[in-house]
Write a protein that binds this ligand. Structure first.
Ligand SMILES: C[S@@+](CC[C@H](N)C(=O)[O-])C[C@H]1O[C@@H](n2cnc3c(N)ncnc32)[C@H](O)[C@@H]1O
Length: 291
């Protein structure tokens, strides 16, 4: 019996384009399977994948067609300068969170007169925020928490995978619900606290993309009926844990700015600013407490 030869990368990619996938996704999958960069794949388009590469390509395309996010399929995604390992135990870090880190780095610099700036990342998930801060900021000690032991496992794995030993030594991991993760001796010691907590409301959950709902952890998305349950907990307990001066930087939903600002002032902060993301949506709150 004559078996048909394995098609070249060019033919495979063009066949996959007839399916319901974007070219961007097909190229990502091809580069991953071929273990080549985009320019290298371009030069290898006339080559044929090995049989096992061919089978892997077909299997990944089939899984993608069933809705599995590309980031989980490839087990990795780039966040700022980090190539993070990802699976369905953690939220896929979003581009706006890269802006949250940018704001955090700039806020941390305001404390550069301190010998060591203590930074907390509450709800670290994959470790995207904590690890970026450890990599990009000087003289920091990063305290990363999550209530999900699964998420902490992924964050620790990422720390070992993408950080140098010196950068890894800057981070400690704590398990527990929001501030409860920390021992009492850390009261009043955090200079900068960053969090991207779950903030989707019941209505948001009913209207978000099916793919997000089906694949990403609900515990990383749903923030109670109005979406502000976890933000409220973080803000109202922050005076006990922040140093003076101290800064709180939060990622929030686009409709939550007024409520969050009000809550921040009610809890004794001196200033609160709602900051817009690159697509001009109000997505962050930066609050400062001086005394
Ligand atoms: C929106 S995800 C953010 C993950 C990551 N920081 C990022 O920006 O990609 C929210 C994270 O908060 C964690 N979380 C949910 N409830 C929590 C709680 N009560 N205490 C601590 N972390 C919690 C989830 O497990 C999840 O990792």
């Amino acid at each position: 019996m004559k078996t048909s030869p394995i098609p070249s990368w060019k033919n495979l990619i063009s066949k996959a384009q007839d399916l319901d996938l974007s070219s961007h996704e097909i190229v990502h999958i091809s580069c991953f399977v071929a273990n080549l960069s985009k320019p290298a794949l371009f030069l290898a388009l006339e080559d044929r994948p090995t049989y096992s590469q061919y089978l892997e390509f077909v299997s990944l395309v089939e899984r993608r067609l069933k809705g599995e996010p590309l980031q989980y399929l490839l087990s990795s995604w780039t966040f700022r300068s980090l190539d993070l390992y990802l699976d369905s135990r953690v939220l896929i870090p979003r581009p706006e969170t890269e802006t949250l880190v940018e704001l955090a780095i700039s806020e941390i610099k305001k404390y550069s007169h301190l010998k060591l700036v203590k930074v907390a990342d509450l709800g670290t998930g994959s470790g995207a925020i904590a690890l970026s801060v450890a990599k990009e900021a000087e003289n920091v000690k990063v305290f990363a928490t999550d209530v999900s032991l699964d998420a902490l496992e992924v964050a620790k794995l990422n720390s070992g995978r993408v950080l140098s030993q010196k950068e890894q030594n800057k981070i400690s991991f704590y398990s527990g619900s929001w501030w409860e993760a920390f021992p009492g001796e850390l009261e009043h010691s955090f200079d900068v606290v960053i969090s991207n907590p779950p903030y989707l409301s019941q209505l948001d959950m009913e209207t978000i993309e099916e793919q997000v709902l089906d694949w990403e952890p609900r515990s990383a998305l749903y923030g109670g009926d109005f979406g502000t349950r976890d933000l409220d907990t973080i803000i109202s307990n922050s005076p006990r844990w922040l140093s003076r001066p101290g800064s709180l930087l939060l990622e929030i939903g686009i409709t939550q700015g007024d409520h969050i600002k009000e809550l921040v002032f009610k809890n004794g902060f001196d200033s609160a600013e709602i900051i817009f993301d690159l697509t001009n949506r109000p997505r962050f709150c930066l609050a400062r407490m001086s005394s």
